[in-house]
Ligand binder design. Structure first.
Ligand SMILES: NC(=O)c1ccc[n+]([C@@H]2O[C@H](COP(=O)([O-])OP(=O)(O)OC[C@H]3O[C@@H](n4cnc5c(N)ncnc54)[C@H](OP(=O)(O)O)[C@@H]3O)[C@@H](O)[C@H]2O)c1
Length: 283
């Protein structure tokens, strides 16, 4: 029986893990969010891990408001960097493995081929910078850890692009959506399944993996697929990044090369449109 702590479990990924956890045997999950365990408290983390004999910490907690992070820097740094340093130290002190989630936003987006785990990050947003600094803290302070970089997370839970498009699609006759940023959506349930597989592996050292759904699209193509599959009568118009200024700069291209995780875990990853259909059924 392994004791697994999931932090930030009221968020998208945390909820997706919660959903599949009920079907798993030989696991004792402890789901927490800020009320039960504030990851910015070094003492709270230490006590919790020690008292509950935690073997694996899955850190789903984060400051994820990408544009707001540009101005709310102190808070974004505290949750995304300082707290991850604390989790790394306390996991190591208690012989626990840390599984942490990072992002495609650590890359500058200038590539024309999918990013590998070994490509050098160069974040262009403050959020991306905090996530990159967290990776470095893990490398410095953790002993055994997995860092999974993922992209464009969506699910039936919380706030995300899919839910926003459905809401706006019903409210408006037309929407202008960016058509020159390329990436891949990731259904949180697919990522959660993969994280569970990773908990069964023996982890030594700091290991990076990329994970997203298969295939590529722009936000415009993603939005069009949502409207079509939901049969929402809203016209989606393609626009450029310049036509939709945001506080944070997003990568123009952030496809992730998933060959490493597919080979090592011997898994097939669903294509984004197939997983979008599943997500829409569950919303
Ligand atoms: N969303 C994406 O598109 C995306 C893309 C790539 C990577 N990621 C990464 O994937 C991971 C999961 O993302 P997600 O979309 O599931 O995030 P999410 O839905 O925003 O969930 C994060 C959770 O962490 C909680 N939290 C915030 N501060 C905390 C604290 N001090 N202690 C404990 N919990 C705290 C949040 O509570 P509040 O809501 O009350 O703040 C929320 O419940 C994150 O590391 C994120 O950076 C996300």
């Amino acid at each position: 029986m392994r004791n697994i702590l999931v932090t930030g479990s009221n968020g998208q990924l945390g909820n997706a893990i919660k959903k599949i956890s009920s079907k798993l045997i030989n696991y004792n999950f402890l789901f927490t969010d800020i009320e039960e365990l504030d990851i910015t408290s070094y003492e709270q983390i230490g006590k919790f891990i020690h008292k509950n004999k935690i073997n694996i910490v899955i850190n789903c907690a984060a400051y994820t408001a990408v544009d707001q992070a540009e101005t709310d820097r102190e808070k974004a740094f505290l949750i995304n960097v300082t707290a991850v340093e604390y989790l790394s130290i306390q996991a190591k002190a208690n012989n626990a493995t840390l599984i942490h989630i990072s992002t495609d936003y650590v890359f500058d987006g200038s590539s024309q081929i999918p990013y590998k785990e070994t490509d050098l990050p160069d974040p262009k947003s403050y959020y991306g910078l905090t996530k990159y600094e967290a990776e470095q803290k893990i490398a410095q302070f953790a002993e055994n850890a997995i860092i999974i970089r993922t992209s464009w997370l969506h699910s039936e839970y919380g706030h995300n692009f899919v839910k926003t498009m459905i809401r706006l699609g019903y409210e408006r006759e037309s929407l202008n959506i960016i058509n020159d940023q390329f990436g891949s959506p990731t259904y949180a349930a697919d990522l959660a399944d993969t994280i569970i597989k990773l908990t069964q592996a023996t982890i030594k050292g700091i290991i990076f993996y990329n994970y997203s759904n298969e295939g590529s699209c722009t936000w415009y193509e993603f939005a069009k697929a949502i409207m079509e599959l939901k049969k929402i009568n809203c016209v989606v118009n393609p626009i450029t990044t310049e036509e939709y200024p945001t506080a944070a700069v997003r990568p123009k291209y952030s496809l992730l090369d998933k060959s490493k995780i597919k080979k090592e875990l011997d898994i097939e990853i669903p294509f984004w449109k197939e997983s979008l259909k599943t997500c829409l059924k569950n919303i």
